[in-house]
Structure formats: C-alpha cells, structure tokens
Design a protein around this ligand. Structure first.
Ligand code: BG6
Length: 484
C-alpha cells in the first residue's frame, strides 16, 4: 500500500521532536508500508536536501539508542521531501494537491502539527481544492479546542470537509503500550471482570504526575492549565478505559461507543461541588530530583500574578449500576515528587477479619510510566509465628522486561495506525466534546471565583501537591497510594 504522509508545520517542534523520530523508528522496525513518501510543508523556502540536513542535525537531540546512524538516516531521508507552503494562500493547496496526484498514492495522511487555531482554516482550504477524497485522512493534534464551544466549532468545520472515518484525533496516551495493556488486562483476561465493580472496589485513583515544570512553554501553558492539558484529555481517556463496559468487538466504534457512555455517566459538577471536590494548585520554588527549582510564577513567559493551575486533584463518580457510589480520584501536576503515571484500584477489605492487625485491603496497581507493569498487592502469612500479623506482599509483572524487544512508542504506533486507517486509538468527536462538557463547569467556576477559596493553592516543587488533595481523599476515609 503506497502512502503519502504530509506534515503541516514541518519545521515546528512537534514535527522534529516527536513525529520524525517516531516515524524513523517505524521505518527502522519495518512497520512503514513500502512505497511511502513523507512531505513536510512550512513557510521557509528550502530544498529537500537542506531540509534533510536540518532534520539530521535535529536528530542529534534524540536519545541514544533511538538516534539513527548516518547510513540509516540516509535511507530514511530518501523518503523525506519538503515544499514551501503558506497556509493562508489558497493556491498553495492547489499545488499540494497536484504534487500528491502526480503519484496517486493509495492513501494520503495529512497531519496538522500546527497551532490548533489554524485547523478550521486548513481544513476548509483542503476541502476547497478537493483534498478530502475518501482515501485522504486528516490527523489533528491536541489541544483540540479551549472549551466546549471552540471544540465544537473545530469539529463542525472538520466534519463539513471530512467524514468521521477520515478524522484521526490524537491523544498520545492512547498509543502508549501500557495503555493498550489496560485494555488487554480488562478484556483479554477473565480474572478481574467479576471483581471490576462497586461490590468489590472501594475507590480508583488515576495519577499522572510529572517532575518537570513548564520549561520553555510558559506562555502556552498559562493559557491552558493542568485541567485542560491533562485531565480533559489523557486522564479522562484512561478513566473511560478503566470504567467502560466490555465492548462487543475490538473495533473503533464498539470501543468508542462504550467510552462515550462513561463520559456521559460522569457526575456533573455544580458550583458547590467544584469547591468541594476539585483542588487546584500551583507550584512554588522547591527541590525537584535534588535540584532547587523556581516556582511557576518565576518561569519564563509566565505572566506576573498568573492564577493558572499546575496541579489538579478531583473526585468524581460514574453514575451507573456498575460504579454507583465508587469514588474515582483523578490527579495530575507538574513538579511533583516523582514522575509517575499509574492507576490504583483499591479493593474493599475482607468482610470479617480473623487475623491480628489491620484488615489491609488488596490493591491492583497498573503502572503506566516510567515502568510499564502490574502489581497485585496481597497479604501473606510469614510463617514466623501463629499470632503474627499478615505481611503485605505483591506480585510484580514488568512488561518492559517481559516484552523487551522492539516496544513501540506512542507516536510511532499512532502514525502507523493512521497510515493503516485504523481508528481504534483515536478520539471520536463526540467523546472529545463530552469530555469538554464535563470539565466546563469547573473552568467556569474558576473563572468566576478567584477568591481565596477558588484560587490555586500553593505547593512546594518536589512534593505531592497541596495538602487539600490529601484531605479530598481522606474525607471518604481513603488515602492516595503514596500515603497508604
Ligand atoms: C502533553 C501535555 O499532552 O502530555 C504536556 O501537553 C505533558 O504538558 C505531556 O508534559 C505528558 O506526556 P508524557 O507522555 O510525557 O506523559
């Protein structure tokens, strides 16, 4: 199957930092169908060779084992082309069409790695020149919109040009092998399904913690904040996979229908529940991984006195028969104590304890990163004496070790899937809009109320966030995993 892959924003950060290195890995692993051509388009005037030389230099920043040798790069670079394109000029789209039609590949994937505010304009222009035939796909990078209305507007324009089956909305978490393992754990194994419900589960915690600060992205981040950046997208996507009903088939719409039902079942926020169930924080100076680091307000490009949140912890529920009354806690933040993405399923304690000591409940920890694995925490008798308390032990599965060979990174996988036209790992417009609908009352409440109760709570860099986040969970008689 021959294909053309076009990167709009061909000289931008995303293209050289993530997309090209991922594509190179796919090439190295033999995952790209033969007959592929990669085209970067951007404003600068330059030749294919100059672009390739520039790209080669950028590849020096790619981490060790993933960096191509000169010979590998030369073979990869043969696929890479460059064209100047001013995205505001209609005739440039005509030229692009001509270039694609000259060869007539089976598939063309148009990857919009530009600022999202350009998506509607680019889609309209593509439609105007007929670059929306059924063999053409469009890939849209996050963030898709800033709130429900802007997301709906982008989707309206995209849908007026492309069918839903042609639109590939990226949430790169869906490409991570660990997230795929979550599907495998739930729907490829029968063991947990009978327990995966309110009768056996006390609460579920999803943590996406980073040690990094906002780095050089202060201006973007300040317009975005942790709720939009991580909760609306990655955390909610993970939550849908944890809470969804088993799909009847492993195809895109069967899966996405079930995910959508979870989003529609989330307990809606009210003004009162935002104050009670959502904790918003902002980091101050502190020590991160042994180094002293500045607070958010001292980061470059962050406006003075900004009230942008770099941390969110919230409590919600899925209002259906399976989950009624089970708290789901979602938490994310920059400059936290560890880089740690995990889902912790806390089971209920045994109904009657016959052993001395605490009745410590079982828990399943689904580790997403930095390690990809599973821990099942149990209690065991140490065998040292009859009246000894039971000892906590855990079964530890390390998928990075078990499947050491050629584990595929998120963007590599998503690019290959988009070229193959498989939508399972992409977000459908109704899912995306429903996620915005759910977070919007929180955004509105924060915008209205910047009083002491609504403003972000400070936390020192290198900690687990404001104390109020612990109180949120403690109120229900629980604790975050690191406090258990
Ligand atoms: C991105 C966010 O979507 O995800 C970033 O915009 C965040 O702020 C990143 O750092 C985290 O991704 P990962 O794969 O490093 O966990």
């Amino acid at each position: 199957m021959s294909f053309d892959l076009v990167f709009f924003g061909g000289t931008g950060d995303l293209t050289w930092r993530k997309l090209m290195p991922a594509l190179f890995q796919a090439f190295r692993h033999g995952k790209l169908p033969a007959g592929g051509r990669i085209l970067s388009v951007a404003r600068d005037e330059q030749t294919d060779d100059k672009y390739r030389a520039w790209l080669k230099e950028r590849f020096q920043d790619v981490e060790g084992a993933k960096r191509p040798s000169d010979e590998e790069f030369a073979r990869f670079a043969e696929l890479v082309h460059y064209r100047r394109m001013d995205l505001s000029q209609p005739e440039h789209y005509g030229k692009l069409k001509q270039w694609l039609e000259e060869r007539g590949a089976d598939t063309a994937v148009l990857y919009l790695a530009t600022s999202p505010h350009l998506f509607p304009q680019i889609c309209q222009q593509l439609g105007a020149v007929g670059l929306n035939a059924p063999h053409i796909r469009v890939v849209l990078e996050k963030p898709l919109g800033h709130d429900l209305a802007s997301a709906q507007e982008i989707n309206r324009v995209v849908r007026s040009v492309f069918s839903e089956a042609q639109a590939f909305r990226i949430d790169h978490y869906l490409g991570k092998p660990s997230v795929q393992n979550l599907m495998a754990l739930r729907f490829g194994n029968a063991l947990f399904e009978p327990l995966w419900r309110r009768e056996s589960i006390a609460n579920i915690q999803i943590t996406l913690a980073e040690t990094l600060g906002v780095g050089t992205r202060g201006d973007f981040y300040d317009r975005t904040g942790a709720l939009r950046d991580m909760i609306q997208s990655h955390a909610l996507q993970l939550m849908t996979m944890v809470a969804m009903e088993p799909p009847s088939r492993n195809d895109a719409d069967s899966i996405r229908d079930e995910k959508l039902k979870v989003l529609r079942s989330l307990k809606p926020f009210t003004n009162d529940s935002v104050l009670r169930d959502v904790v918003r924080g902002q980091y101050r100076r502190g020590t991160s991984e042994g180094t002293s680091v500045p607070g958010y307000l001292d980061e470059s490009k962050v406006p003075a006195g900004s009230d942008c949140e770099t941390f969110v912890a919230l409590r919600t529920e899925v209002q259906n028969w399976r989950w009624a009354g089970v708290p789901f806690y979602l938490r994310t933040g920059k400059r936290l104590a560890a880089r740690d993405a995990q889902i912790v399923v806390n089971f209920r304690p045994t109904p009657h304890n016959i052993f001395p000591g605490a009745n410590q409940p079982n828990k399943l920890v689904i580790k997403l990163q930095p390690e990809d694995g599973l821990e099942l925490h149990l209690l065991a008798a140490k065998g040292t004496g009859q009246h000894e308390p039971l000892a906590p032990v855990f079964l530890d599965l390390d998928f990075d070790k078990a499947f050491a060979e050629n584990r595929v990174g998120a963007y590599e996988r998503l690019l290959v899937e988009a070229i193959a036209g498989r939508l399972n790992l992409f977000v459908r417009s109704d899912e995306q809009e429903e996620a915005w609908r759910w977070v919007e009352p929180v955004l509105d409440a924060w915008e209205r109320d910047n009083s002491a109760s609504g403003a972000p709570r400070p936390y020192a860099a290198g900690t687990w966030g404001p104390a109020a986040a612990s109180a949120l969970v403690a109120r229900d008689g629980f604790a975050w995993a690191e406090e258990q």
